[in-house]
Ligand binder design. Sequence first.
Ligand code: PLP
Length: 389
Amino acid sequence: MIPLTVPHFNGNEWKYVKDCLDTGWISSAGAYVEKFEHSVADYVGARHAIACSSGTTGLQVAQLVAGVVPGDMVIAPNLTFVATINSICHAGAQPILVDVDASQWQMDLDLLESFLDCETELREPADDESAVKQCVHRSSGKTIRAIMPVHVLGVIGDMHRLVEIANRHGLVLIEDGAEALGSMWQNQHAGTFGSIGVFSFNGNKIISTGGGGMLVTDDSEHARLAKHLTTTAKSSPNEYFHDQVGYNYRMVNVLAAIGVAQMENLSSCVAKKQSVDQIYRERLSGVGDIAFQGCDPRCTPNSWLFTLRTGHMRELAEHLGTQGIQTRPLWVPMNQLPMFASSLYVQEQDRSRQIYDSGLSLPSSVGITLDEVNCVCDAVRDFFSLGND
Ligand SMILES: *Cc1c(COP(=O)(O)O)cnc(C)c1O
């Protein structure tokens, strides 16, 4: 079988894990957590990085640190993995779902802007002496505290425009960069445009620790609070004194050891993913009704997971399945899930649905061989030469 996307270990993973086991430092203390944090911070060009138990918990903590309180609203795209929107609920807030654009499948900034212009206003908070204006959703009276773009499949939309929109409307910008470690917009790394960025090291991501996440930020107070909250909010090194309800969201040392080794190879993982993406695009362009995810020339994506669109998505998936080629549809759009069906959904043409109905991801592992990529391409071409166009 050619799997969709599996982790790849060909560096110092065994050595560093063995070191943890040999020395007994497997759990919540140990040197690899800090090493891993430093290597991610250095790589993306952020001042601080805080390791945590998953991308999902990282997103929740990012919102708490950014000041999201129960009853707030948080804006996010409608086409994403469910964890993005779950994390908004975990933080006690309600999601506002925004449809995506037809080309790059990222949050549609035109729709976003017209929603913010028409349906929200900046108000002075009654009880806040700092007098930082807040974005209020007029019809519900709720505060929209933050906006959480997702770099869908590693592609980055126009971040400079998004930063400007967020600033103008008083929104804290948190990037869900779970799929985008290594992607850049105008030579700046994903995760570093807003107040906080979050990465995931789940088994299917570009590098993996089995499970884990990382927050990155330039704000030292945000960093301090994120570390504090993810480690049970213990305020004294020697006493069990905790100054708020914290979380056990820390990353353990043995997983961080895998992360340190994975980071040593991240650049080559990105290069490999990009070359796989390029082969798919060259060999599949013009085949049947196939269309590709677009990408602004200012973006250099990490090409995490190659995904095409075709009107014959289900049949193609079945055809490839019979040849031992694993594929996946995109995520069911958030507005179609029962728990978010009544959430506010900002849309005109429900493009999320169209992209979901036609999107199919193809095998894109870092360890995939050229022969395997060609085998997938041949199978796709076969399918369309059988008259499915
Ligand atoms: C994987 C992923 C997450 C969640 O990360 P976990 O580490 O699995 O919790 C969040 N958002 C997006 C877009 C993802 O792809």
